[in-house]
Design a protein around this ligand. Structure first.
Ligand SMILES: [Zn+2]
Length: 141
């Protein structure tokens, strides 16, 4: 097992559902940085069976909104001087624009492509969002 303390300063994104690690990796453009990063796939987890883990050395900030949207059950560990100083779950935003797309074929956003796709959070635990225009719901989880 790889030790969480194997990074000095940075973040460990844990409890990523198996298979989603690569999506987060790509979304955060970690393949384009010269940071020291690790993507661990299919690690054993009591809670999830299998999970992905991402470790990023040498950064101060993360796009928590994107993390929550891509993998609502992740936990983030902030590491400073080889110690975990902060451990938290990123919160889903109340309103998202331009991230989700409505799946209702009759929704105005299908025809009027200039209309921003706006969704409101209706259930934080289930990760359910509702389209502003047609009330169609989308689930993240
Ligand atoms: Zn809609």
């Amino acid at each position: 097992m790889l030790e969480i303390t194997s990074i000095k300063n940075g973040f460990v994104i844990d409890h990523i559902e198996a298979g989603k690690g690569i999506k987060i990796f790509n979304h955060l453009k970690l393949n384009e940085t010269d940071l020291s990063v690790a993507l661990i796939m299919n690690a054993q987890s009591d809670r999830l069976g299998k999970k992905d883990i991402i470790k990023i050395e040498g950064i101060d900030n993360l796009d928590y909104t994107a993390l929550a949207m891509l993998a609502p059950r992740v936990s983030v560990n902030e590491v400073r001087n080889e110690k975990i100083v902060n451990k938290f779950k990123p919160e889903l935003p109340e309103v998202v624009e331009g991230i989700l797309t409505c799946e209702n074929e009759r929704c105005i956003t299908k025809d009027e492509t200039y209309v921003p796709h706006t969704f409101k959070l209706v259930d934080r635990n289930l990760g359910t969002y509702r389209c502003e225009y047609c009330d169609h719901t989308s689930k993240l989880i």
